[in-house]
Design a binder for this molecule. Structure first.
Ligand code: 6GU
Length: 242
């Protein structure tokens, strides 16, 4: 998968060199390119923002550098990327969206700062490529870079070959709409606390039932909204006894 990130702070993307994302890049599973938006400015001050039309606080990103940046992107490869525009006004990112994006051959992020990007950039881009405005949740960040990092990480781990053990994807939180059961490792007793006995029993059916119950309890406690949204057939008779 190819991923381009356009930003005024390409240094913000430095963590993409590290750990499993760095490994995926080395192995050729991922091709990440960060671009400094200011290379598409033409004035001595390399201006990317201006006051909002209609007044108000903060600054808005001017359309011209963005237009040129997206033109350059289209000229740099086959076809068009799917463009993601991080914004607190976007569609809320989820594991389902991560799975949808993991199937794309080419993603691009337009990371805005300040009060965002002139909306005409998004309208113009949408005539040439699929565009999705995407939010991490109901809070406000300084800019889209951290959102791009988050989305790249969530998507990369779903690319076939990036994770060794595919089962860990199936068993994790949010895969079946529930939170995952808590995990334990050795020692069996630590600071007077035992690992739950069932996990040491070697009884696979009992362990699976215990994990399912913990999943349901945890979800009810931390994220009751997830249970409300689950389809009725997501639960069987044994679940209902929890
Ligand atoms: Cl994607 N961008 C910004 N600036 N703030 C956010 C966000 C994105 N998601 C939540 N808050």
């Amino acid at each position: 998968m190819r991923i381009d990130v356009i930003t005024v702070f390409p240094e913000y993307l430095a963590p993409l060199e590290l750990s499993l994302i760095g490994r995926a890049r080395e192995r050729g599973l991922l091709d990440v390119r960060a671009h400094d938006l200011r290379q598409w400015t033409h004035d001595v001050h390399r201006t990317v923002d201006d006051a909002p039309c209609g007044g108000g606080a903060g600054m808005v990103m001017r359309p011209e550098p963005w237009g040129e940046a997206l033109d350059a992107l289209l000229d740099s490869g086959e076809g068009a990327p799917r463009l993601l525009v991080p914004s607190p006004a976007g569609r809320v990112f989820s594991q389902d969206m991560a799975a949808e994006l993991a199937a794309e051959p080419w993603l691009a992020f337009a990371c805005g700062r300040y009060e965002g990007i002139d909306q005409r950039v998004i309208e113009d881009a949408a005539e040439r490529m699929p565009v999705t405005e995407v939010s991490l949740g109901d809070y406000v960040l300084f800019g889209g870079e951290v959102a791009a990092l988050t989305i790249v990480e969530a998507v990369t781990r779903l690319i076939p070959g990036v994770l060794g053990n595919r089962d860990s994807l199936l068993e994790e939180s949010h895969n079946d709409g529930l939170l995952e059961a808590p995990s334990y490792t050795r020692p069996a007793n630590w600071r007077g606390r035992d690992v739950p006995e069932v996990l040491m029993s070697g009884h696979h059916a009992r362990i699976a039932r215990w994990r399912r119950d913990q999943s349901l309890l945890r979800t009810a406690q931390s994220r009751p909204d997830l249970l409300d949204r689950a389809p009725a057939d997501a639960f069987d008779r044994k679940d209902r006894a929890v």
